[in-house]
Design a binder for this molecule. Structure first.
Ligand SMILES: [Zn+2]
Length: 411
């Protein structure tokens, strides 16, 4: 039988509201009715026995979860495998990080902004279909690229009003090779990027890179989001350079680090120290398992798992989000924006199979990234502000176990 649920109008006005009947919710037995007005949930109560009235939305006993939030995604290099192959810039099985960055740089040099737009639309549509309602999008800022890329990101993402988007000014190829980079990053922030991105491993002088990033963040009172320690070699980790800057800039709670695969190869004592420091500075960690499994573990023995140790980080009290990062390009050869599939993969990678652990993985694609993005209360409780997703599944944790299709979104 097909879904008995229809799309509700966005609940963003003072009078907009909806009633969802017969939902199965995490942490609650039986079926529940959920009511929203003005963009927030106003009631969660045991389902009434009568049949849904015309105009009500009926989950029909299916699982309902908060909308998914992608804390780290790139729209400007999605679906690039064909172009990379035609360019001869990407020769398949064992590219590693440096080769992926080089191939992507060569590809971007052949592309105008118009060439980016179809892939951006394809990915945004796929993300929306897969239940993503908000995303932090990294926009490459580089002297070789048209600075209008920020405006194009704003225009294209504005066509998806159901998706809340935060743009990050991201210097993928470093900040020191070209003297115009500080001004370019500042311009990207003027143009609408709301987060200062960084990638210190892309520079010969990572300290200078980080000084620029944290300087901009302090000057403009903005959060920081770093690509960090994407390496199998804990000796090459740069987290120790970042920690004092977070402290000095007073940015505890506003810094996010992505990848951190070096932690997967770090001996236990050092690992415990770093996890403690991440928690103490309230630095959020975004794990990107699809990319990290693909790029890591290629030239070391023993082969590390290649993904930040998600279970240890969660146990250590670190706010952890799982995000999709790249899609069908030199960094990740698969994917279509689906965060539930990333959570599903993380269950295997991080050896998290118990229900409480899988509930934390669901949080890692919803409530946790929502906190990173500053979106407010993100649960199916009174006061919650998340749009809700009706899954083609019996139980909310099937979201992680099965990565099921999304039947409807409310809000
Ligand atoms: Zn990234």
């Amino acid at each position: 039988m097909g879904p008995a649920v229809t799309e509700a109008a966005p609940a963003d006005g003072p009078v907009a509201g909806w009633l969802l009947r017969r939902a199965r919710l995490a942490g609650r037995d039986g079926l529940w009715d959920v009511e929203a007005t003005g963009g927030a949930l106003r009631a969660v109560r045991p389902a009434r026995a009568d049949a849904p009235a015309p105009g009500d939305h009926d989950a029909g006993g299916r699982a309902v979860i908060p909308g998914l939030v992608d804390a780290h995604v790139h729209l400007d290099k999605a679906y690039a495998l064909g172009a990379l192959e035609r360019l001869g810039a990407f020769d398949g099985p064992a590219p590693g990080l440096a080769a992926a960055i080089g191939a992507t740089r060569a590809l971007r040099a052949t592309m105008g902004l118009d060439d980016l737009v179809p892939g951006m639309h394809r990915l945004l549509a796929a993300m929306v279909r897969a239940g993503t309602v908000a995303a932090r999008v990294h926009v490459e800022i580089d002297p070789a690229l048209d600075p209008a890329t920020v405006a194009v990101h704003r225009q294209v993402t504005a066509e998806y009003p159901g998706l809340t988007v935060q743009l990050v000014a991201f210097p993928q190829n470093g900040t020191s090779a070209d003297p115009s980079m500080p001004a370019r990053l500042a311009q990207a922030l003027d143009d609408g990027c709301e987060v200062v991105g960084g990638c210190p491993y892309a520079d010969d002088d990572p300290r200078r890179h980080l000084d620029l990033v944290f300087g901009l963040a302090r000057e403009r009172d903005l959060p920081v989001d770093l690509h960090l320690d994407l390496t199998d070699d804990p000796g090459a980790a740069q987290l120790d350079l970042v920690l004092p800057l977070v402290e000095r800039a007073g940015l505890a709670g506003r810094v996010t680090v992505g990848h951190m695969t070096a932690l997967a190869a770090t001996p236990p004592t050092r690992l415990a120290h770093w996890i403690g420091e991440l928690a103490r500075h309230d630095i959020a960690l975004v794990s990107l398992p699809t990319t990290d499994l693909w790029l890591s573990g290629r030239d070391r023995f023993p082969v590390p798992r290649g993904v930040a140790p998600i279970r240890d980080l969660l146990d250590g009290g670190v706010r952890v989000a799982l995000a999709s990062n790249n899609h069908q390009n030199a960094f990740t050869p698969v994917g279509a924006g689906g965060l539930l599939r990333v959570a599903w993969l993380a269950s295997l990678v991080a050896h998290i199979g118990d229900p409480a652990g899988q509930a934390r993985l669901l949080d890692a694609v919803s409530a946790s990234p929502a906190a990173i993005l500053g979106l407010g209360q993100w649960d199916v409780e009174v006061g919650g502000r998340a749009p809700l997703l009706v899954l083609d599944a019996e139980e909310p944790l099937d979201a992680v176990r099965e990565a099921p299709p999304i039947l409807a979104r409310l809000g």
